[in-house]
Every structure is written in C-alpha cells, then in structure tokens.
Write a protein that binds this ligand. Structure first.
Ligand code: MLC
Ligand code: AMP
Length: 461
C-alpha cells in the first residue's frame, strides 16, 4: 500500500490542542483528521473538487479532506470575480465548491459547506502516488489561466526535499499568512506542516505584527512581506529567536536581505520554484546565504542553463520528481513548456556559479509579471480591460515597485472612462491582486511597422 502523504496526521503522538492555529482558531491533528474525514466521506468518488480558498480552518479542513479521499483539489482565489472563478470551475470540471458562499450560487458549481466541528472516521486506502493531488491555476503570458496538474508523488518529493534542505522537523513551529491557493501558502505552508509534523500557525494575513506575535521557529514569506517586516523594526527584532526565515516566490531585494540580517541577527534563506515544478532550488539551512542567490537544486532535481553562444546566463531548465504532469486540457501548452529532450523550460533567466549556487536574474518574457509574489500574465489583464466597452486598446506591463517588486500598469486607449473605474472593473472580473495599480491613457499604443504593440516604447508609468 502507498505511504500516506500527510504522514503526521496518521502517526500517533506529538498532538496538541493547538497543533494548527489558522487565523486565530486552534485545532488538534486528531480533530483535523475527524473533520477532514467528514469532508472525505462526502466527496469520495468525485472526479475533482474546488475549494473556495479563504485563509481559514475551513479551507485547511476541505483540502485535507480531499487529499484523504484522493480527489484532486482546485483552489479558487476567494476574491476572484465571476469571470475568473467560472473559468476555473468550468475548465477543471469541478461540480462541487467546498466552502462556497451565496455569491457562488450563480456559478457553475454547487456550493458545499465545510464544518471544522464535524467528526467522522476515514479508513480508506491511501490513493496512488501518481494520482493528481492539485490542479493549480496559473497565468501564462497570454489568455486565461491554465490548470497545472500536480501529483501526490511530486508533492511528497518536494516536501521531503525541503525538509532535508531546511532541517525541517516536528520540532518546528511554522508561521506564515500566505494565501491558500498557491504552492507557497498551500502546498508548502499547509501540507508541509502536516507531512513533517511541525506545528502550523497561519496568521490569516502576512502582516509584520502577526509574524512577530506568533513565536515560530520557521517563517515563510514573499519578498513584499519581508520588506514590510524590515520597515517595522519592532516586528523584525521580534523574529530574532526564529531558526529560519525563508523567502520565495519572487526575487528578494538585497536591501531587504541586509535589513533582515541587521534587525533579526540572521541571514534569510532564499528558495526558487514555480507552480509547474514546485520548489526546485534552495539555500540549505547549513549552507552559505548570499543576497541574490537561491542556492542548490533539491535532492533528485537536475538543473541546466541553456544559453546562446556559450554565454553563462540563459534560460533555466529543470527535471526531476517534483515536476507537474502537464496543463489540464492544454496539450499544446504542455508540449511547448518542455525542451525536446524532456526538460521543463522555466522561462526564468539564471546563472549557475562554479560552486553550483543559482542566481535568478530575470524573466524571458516581460509579459509575465510578479507583483507581491503573485504571478500575473499581462495578456489576461489586457483581455479583461478590452472587455470594457470604453476601451479599444490595452497594453499591460510590470513596472518596478518598492513594496510589490513590480506593480501592474495598464496603458489604454479609451473614451469616457476614468482610471479608478478601470481598476475596479478588472478587480471585479479577475482576482483583486490582478488589478492595475495605475492606468495611463494614450491616444494610440506605440506599434511597429507590422502593427504589433511595442511595449518597450511606452512612456514611463
Ligand atoms: C483595493 N482593494 C480592492 C480594490 N483596491 N478590492 C476591490 N477592488 C479594488 N479596486 C482591497 C482588497 O480587496 C484587499 O482588501 C486590499 O485591497 C488589499 O489588497 P492588496 O492591495 O492586493 O494587498 P497588498 O497589501 O498589496 O498585498 C500584499 C501581499 C499580497 C504581500 C499581502 O501580495 C500577498 O499575499 N502575496 C502573496 C502571493 C503568494 O503567495 N504567491 C505565491 C505564489 S506560488 P481587504 O479588505 O481584504 O484588505 C509561487 C511558487 C513559489 O510563486 O516559488 O513560491
Ligand atoms: P508561480 O508559478 O506563481 O509559482 O511563479 C513562479 C515564478 O516565480 C518563477 O518562474 C520565478 O519567476 C518566480 N520566483 C519564484 N521564486 C523566486 C526567487 N526566489 N527569485 C526570483 N524569482 C522567483
């Protein structure tokens, strides 16, 4: 029989009434198993299930229930507007939306309540390692988000590799407040704790005050969160007792790295990954920590840089057991994401130093934006803007931003509509974090002789 994915839930010992605390609500592992067992019994046999992924104990219960039952989970961002939600539900074929609310009633899936106070036994066999654990929707440079198929085997391999790199054990208390619909907050931040057996404190929101108050040993954050911690000196100093501060999902600026070192007395650990590959490269707890470096490949992962003309900087390609099984319903996009010899093309530009340490230096495409650690395709935002009747042309870029890394700036040709109207229009259709922070109005987009928009020629934001 296959080994359990969530090892600590099925092993006796080490439990406590506050083994998990999610947005202030404590729960033991035994109680989580009971509540998740009730979810599993309700959804067993469903081909796939969606979860309205609020940062709550309900979401953790729903996801664990689906993982127990072997039903692939599709997390839906809780602030996604109808256009994005309906795309995710229809494309994935999810007929059930766990934790759905009245707002979801007009969508394509039936809302199913989740109650963390329920208890039910669950003793069905562990699902096969090759079966799908998650379908994670993620943006490409154009079009609507695609569903990345993530197997149980990939999740287990990644969490075990990270436990090895970070010396992550049941002795740790993991603290973070990241969203529960992406790899960082959900796969690492929830399943990681349930596999290693560490305590988990999810702070609801990733605020510096909440991190400071949580008293953890292991902290996860995106660079925006760490930048905010550094700007809140008291909060930063409160983290000096932690064992490991881990940053990922976007480049950690060197000043933030140095600020953390100065205020907490320890150098942060940076790691690199993607929805499609999970985390593949990380600084080790016992390794050298340098600003701008994301460390070494995890056990079992191979990396290479594919550069033109013998240069040592080029596109990073990876292979190994943590890779996804393709995009749902998109064989074309799946094929395009692999090199001819089967390595996954990350689209990130990297350099590998002689000592094996990796440095991520940029993205191959400017149409892939990272804002606050969220991945946002320019094309999806452009399409949303073009759905507004007053907009005739749109070009979206990521502009450098002190707090968010990049902020979304939209350039539009439009008549009779204001900046805030367009920001609210996008926020209402897509997830709120995909909204432009600025809108600039032009008479025409700069185009080349072929009529193709030239984003390089747009005026500064
Ligand atoms: C503002 N708001 C609006 C609005 N304008 N709502 C609707 N319409 C408008 N026009 C409101 C929002 O509803 C919300 O309200 C509030 O503004 C805050 O939203 P925000 O401005 O987007 O928050 P911000 O402070 O900018 O967020 C920063 C952040 C966030 C760091 C908290 O970006 C974040 O959580 N990032 C984590 C991303 C992440 O986990 N990525 C991992 C990807 S996996 P209210 O009331 O709710 O406050 C990956 C793999 C790997 O990359 O390597 O890890
Ligand atoms: P996502 O699919 O949302 O997980 O986003 C993946 C992308 O995030 C990668 O392709 C990188 O561009 C970026 N990323 C993740 N971690 C890092 C990091 N430590 N440094 C730089 N970029 C990162």
């Amino acid at each position: 029989m296959a080994a359990p994915l969530l090892t600590s839930l099925t092993e006796p010992g080490g439990d406590r009434p506050d083994a998990l605390v999610v947005a202030g609500r404590p729960c033991s592992r035994e109680d989580l198993l009971g509540a998740a067992g009730a979810v599993a019994a309700r959804i067993a046999g469903a081909p796939v299930v969606a979860v309205r992924a609020t940062p709550t104990l309900e979401t953790v219960t729903a996801v664990v229930g689906a993982v127990l039952a072997g039903v692939p989970v599709v997390p839906v961002p809780p602030d996604s507007g109808p256009a994005e939600r309906d795309h995710i539900l229809r494309d994935s074929g999810a007929a059930l939306l766990l934790g759905g609310t009245g707002d979801d009633a007009d969508g394509p899936a039936e809302a199913v309540p989740v109650d963390p106070a329920e208890r039910s036994g669950w003793s069905e066999p562990e699902p096969e390692p090759d079966s799908t654990a998650f379908i994670l929707y993620t943006s490409g440079t154009t079009g609507a988000p695609k569903g990345a198929l993530i197997s149980r085997r990939a999740v287990a391999a990644d969490l075990d590799g990270l436990a090895d790199a970070w010396a992550w054990t049941a002795e740790d208390t993991l603290v973070h407040g990241l969203p529960l619909f992406h790899v960082h907050g959900l796969v690492l931040g929830v399943l990681g704790a349930l596999r290693t057996g560490s305590r988990l404190v999810h702070t609801g929101r990733p605020t510096p005050e909440a991190y400071a108050a949580a008293g953890g040993s292991l902290y996860f954050g995106v660079p925006t969160v760490w930048g905010r911690v550094v700007r809140d000196e008291a909060a930063a100093r409160a983290l000096s007792g932690a064992r490991l501060l881990v940053s990922g999902s976007a480049p950690l600026p060197a000043p933030v790295f140095r600020g953390l070192a100065e205020l907490t007395g320890q150098l942060p650990v940076e790691r690199y990954g993607m929805t499609e590959t999970l985390i593949t490269v990380s600084t080790r707890a016992d390794g050298e920590r340098r600003p701008g470096y994301v460390g070494l490949p995890l056990p079992g992962i191979a990396t290479r840089v594919v550069a033109e003309d013998g240069a040592d900087i080029g596109e990073l390609e990876v292979s190994g057991p943590t890779l996804f099984d393709g995009y749902l319903n998109r064989p074309d996009a799946t094929t395009a994401s692999y090199a001819a010899d089967g390595w996954f093309r990350t689209g990130d530009i990297a350099a590998i130093e002689p000592d094996g340490s990796h440095r991520i230096v940029g993205r191959a495409s400017t149409d892939m934006i990272k804002s606050g650690g969220y991945r946002i395709g320019a094309g999806e935002v452009e399409n949303a803007l073009l759905d507004h009747p007053a907009v005739s042309e749109a070009a979206v870029v990521g502009a450098p931003h002190e707090d968010l890394g990049q902020e979304i700036v939209a350039y539009v040709v439009a008549d009779g509509v204001g900046e805030q109207d367009l920001i609210d229009f996008v926020a209402g259709r897509l997830s709120v974090h995909k909204r432009p922070r600025k809108v600039r109005f032009l008479d025409a987009l700069p185009r080349n002789a072929m009529g193709k928009p030239q984003k390089k020629l747009l005026p500064p934001a």
